[in-house]
Design a protein around this ligand. Structure first.
Ligand code: NAP
Ligand code: COA
Length: 274
């Protein structure tokens, strides 16, 4: 099967939270496909390193700025600079997020607020501050969600609430921005290897193995898996896809009970018991 490639030359992509992990992988993939790329995150050091790597990947132009998505003024300044240096935005990715494992009874008001503010309020800031600069018609907006939006997980009440909020923003803005010719979708990454998210939720090799066993395809994903779906969503081939919440997870979110039944099914098949 031939490899599908995309051409994003003369297109501009803005990636909020685009300086590490999955979101940096998305930014790098669009850079390889020839785009102009702008990234933001809190750390100036991470921004500079990411911009350097984007140039190495072949970005037509790469730039970035330190900005906390909780600070609407900083987010607005980043979009102003992006417009000055890279022009109008064809693809907007909102992926900044916070996570730590803790049961609800052990999460302080401030801890819960931190995650809600980064994920939900941050997405609102990125959407509304970015809107004036989006190509109309034609822009593609993608929010990075998580499996916690569809499945409840212990130790994740804050993230479950936050990502469900992010996806309702996706659905609502698909209604509000559709008439402008802007499409907006969410991508739900499954467990992705070599990321901060997985280091926090599955910190040992045994924990990673257990996660791998829960994925029907028996592997964790890569940032590239997520990036290619984003490239499809941003392409003309996806011109009628809007308001969709798309899992890219090897089937993981359908398999909460499946692996638990496997030993019973093995025994039934081995013994012929019905
Ligand atoms: P990551 O490397 O920590 O990525 C988070 C990015 O957001 C970083 O660039 C971080 O940079 C930035 N960021 C964090 N707080 C910010 C803030 N307040 N303002 C601006 N930028 C901020 O983590 P990741 O694991 O790759 O996760 C990336 C996305 O994928 C997240 O939305 C996450 O929920 C989602 N996801 C991940 C997985 C997984 O397996 N890893 C699975 C499902 C969903 P700074 O520290 O410089 O701010
Ligand atoms: N368990 C319980 N509470 C925790 C916690 C943990 N592991 N880590 C942080 N918190 C609490 C803090 O105690 C604080 O609450 P308090 O003031 O009542 O003590 C609150 O969360 C905010 O922490 P702080 O470190 O000041 O926030 P921050 O804004 O600097 O960082 C976080 C935000 C906590 C989400 C931090 O983990 C972060 O920056 N994450 C970004 C990267 C990331 O999460 N990547 C994975 C994405 S899937």
């Amino acid at each position: 099967m031939g490899r599908v490639s995309f051409d994003f030359s003369d297109r501009t992509i803005f990636v909020a939270g685009g300086t590490s992990g999955i979101n940096l992988g998305i930014a790098q993939t669009f850079a390889e496909y020839g785009a102009r790329v702008f990234v933001i995150s809190r750390s100036e050091e991470k921004v500079q390193a990411a911009v350097g790597s984007l140039r190495e990947c072949g970005a037509q132009i790469a730039d970035g700025m330190a900005a906390d998505v909780r600070d609407v003024g900083a987010v607005k300044r980043a979009f102003e600079r992006c417009a000055e240096t890279l022009g109008e935005i064809d693809v907007l990715i909102s992926g900044a997020a916070g996570n730590f494992p803790a049961r609800a009874n052990n999460i302080s008001s401030n801890g819960f607020r931190a995650v809600l503010e980064i994920d939900v309020l941050g997405t609102h800031h990125v959407m509304t501050a970015g809107y004036p600069y989006l190509v109309k018609p034609g822009a593609s907006v993608i929010n990075i969600s998580a499996p916690q939006t569809v499945v409840a997980m212990t130790g994740q009440s804050h993230v479950c609430a936050a990502k469900a909020g992010v996806d309702m923003i996706t659905r609502t803005l698909a209604l509000e921005w559709g008439p402008d010719g802007i499409r907006i979708n969410s991508v739900i990454p499954g467990p992705i290897g070599d990321t901060e998210g997985m280091r926090r939720l599955a910190p040992t090799p045994d924990a990673m193995d257990a996660v791998r066993q829960m994925v029907p395809m028996r592997r964790v994903g890569t940032a590239r898996d997520i990036a290619e779906t984003c490239a499809f969503l941003a392409s003309d081939q996806a011109s009628y896809v809007s308001g969709a919440i798309i899992p890219v997870d090897g089937g993981w979110c359908h398999n909460i009970l499946g692996t638990r039944l496997d030993p019973i099914l093995d025994e039934i098949e081995a013994t012929g018991r019905r």
